[in-house]
Write a protein that binds this ligand. Structure first.
Ligand code: HMG
Ligand code: MG
Length: 297
């Protein structure tokens, strides 16, 4: 098992995109800046998708312009197409993330396009990114189940992940969008994808809908993955994934990793403070059990 794990903090994007009440731009900026002070090296800052589809993140350019760009920290942003890429680049982004799914039905709901159509949309994005020296991450959603079509064939997960990698994505994040996976299936899925894409270029992205996320992450760590996506305070969910709940909480992942002697470079207390600050801002209790336990000390 790896001795160091890189956490990709997706709270400012995946965590906020489904919030119904508009979060002030200044608070989004403060969230990213608080996160970059915890030792996190990768923070997905916002999303340049259509503001009609995700109104919460319509202020992406203002958020990106306002955050402190800490040296050594990468601030990827989500882009669905060339238009999003151009907006992101104009705002100063140096890393973007494209996203598609292993399920045709989900991808249509989420991006109004079939899977192959979305891959075709990414081709010019990757071409431009290569010329601009911008790094591109790729997401595959619904790797362990789809809210609309149910079962997702493993072969399709492998095919889409390999296609994104072949197009030039430096890392492929495998998303259990609706959190239905269990450890043996998560492990089998990762093993299958690792047959087509090097393990060093893979990340896992679990939502905790069924309470399986930490167990799934452990299974994937044992399989050799070294990059884990999570959201501070367990915020999040995709607005176009019926039944999806929050991401696995970053605090809980970091507590588990540190307890296993795996280094993350993250200050857990500072992260948990940020998680409670965010929960306060959103008017709810933190979704992180480690965050609650630390507060009770
Ligand atoms: P569409 O309606 O088919 O787009 O949406 P279109 O190309 O026909 O354009 C329609 C209008 O949108 C036009 O404006 C465009 O200019 C505008 P109009 O002429 O009507 O005024 N538009 C844009 N505006 C700003 N930025 C853009 C952009 N693109 C078009 N980038 C589209 C297609 C892909 C744009 C839309 O479906 C979309 O934005 N979807 C995003 C949905 C989303 O953000 N979902 C959540 C993120 S994915 C996720 O959460 C999963 C993940 O966490 C992993 C996991 O958990 O599995 C990553
Ligand atoms: Mg997600």
């Amino acid at each position: 098992m790896t001795r160091h794990v890189r956490i990709v903090e997706v709270g400012p994007r995946d965590g906020l995109q489904n919030e119904k009440t508009q979060v002030p731009t200044a608070a989004k900026i403060e969230l990213v800046d608080r996160l970059s002070a915890t030792g996190l090296r990768t923070i997905e800052a916002t999303s340049f998708v259509s503001p009609k589809w995700v109104p919460q993140l319509a202020d992406a350019a203002e958020v990106f312009a306002g955050i402190a760009k800490k040296p050594g920290v990468s601030y990827p942003v989500l882009v669905p197409n060339l238009q999003g890429y151009e907006r992101a680049l104009a705002a100063g982004a140096r890393e973007v993330a494209v996203f598609t799914a292993a399920s045709e039905a989900f991808n249509r709901k989420n991006t109004n396009a079939g899977v192959d159509e979305s891959l075709a949309r990414f081709a010019p994005v990757l071409e431009r990114a290569r010329a601009d020296g911008v790094q591109v991450r790729g997401y595959v959603s619904t790797v362990l189940g789809c809210p609309y079509q149910g079962e997702v064939p493993l072969a399709e997960v492998v095919r889409v992940a390999a296609a994104l990698h072949a197009m030039g994505c430096y890392e492929i994040s495998l998303g259990d969008t609706i959190g239905v996976g269990t450890p043996a299936r998560a492990r089998a899925m990762l093993r299958a994808v690792a047959g087509a894409v090097p393990m060093a270029a893979l990340a896992v992205h679990f939502h905790d809908t069924w309470g399986q996320a930490l167990a799934n992450i452990l299974a994937c760590l044992e399989e050799g993955v070294g990059v884990v996506d999570s959201a501070v305070s367990g915020a999040g969910g995709c607005p176009y994934a019926r039944g999806a709940s929050g991401n696995v909480a970053s605090e809980d992942v970091v507590y588990m990793l540190h307890g296993m002697g795996i280094d993350t470079g993250i200050d857990l207390d500072a992260l948990a403070d940020t998680g409670r600050w965010l929960a306060d801002l959103l008017g709810r209790e933190t979704g992180s059990k480690a965050g609650r336990a630390l507060a009770a000390r």
